[in-house]
Design a protein around this ligand. Sequence first.
Ligand code: PNS
Length: 163
Amino acid sequence: MKRALCPGTFDPMTNGHLDIIERAAGIFDEVIVAVALSPDKGGGPLFTIDERVAFLREATAHLAGVSVRPFDSLLVDLARELDATAIVKGLRAVTDFEREFQMAQLNYRLDRAVETMFIVAIPDYMYLSSSAVKEIAEHGGSVKGLVPDHVNERLVDRLRKGR
Ligand code: PNS
């Protein structure tokens, strides 16, 4: 039984995240999407941890072997706790590389039994990020097709009411 973690802040999840999760689910027997509390990231997440988990649960409901859970610990500790042998992350343009490389090195240092693996983003999602989605939506632009429809609705709703 090969189990992998797909970690991230997912504020909010995008179709790029979903593509990586789907592709990881095709490789591993079980994929656990691990949603980090990340209270300090970018001035605090727009969506609560419960909202971010709920978005992902709805979007991955059709995928056998995929589950979603929140976490607020070291990723390698979660991997050990859940008996996951791999951390799977999406890799977009070169801009991702340095940060991802740093995290992979640090995680390797913390626990050599957990492998970090990257799945390269497809061209459609190469430049897609949660921050870009929020910025577009904040200025009234459409992010339809970049995030699942249920996330799009909640995003528009949240931004209309203000943070
Ligand atoms: O969505 P992101 O910003 O790429 O996700 C980053 C995340 C949540 C995977 C990373 O910050 C993380 O693993 N946080 C848990 C704390 C931890 O283990 N830190 C050490 C590795 S740098």
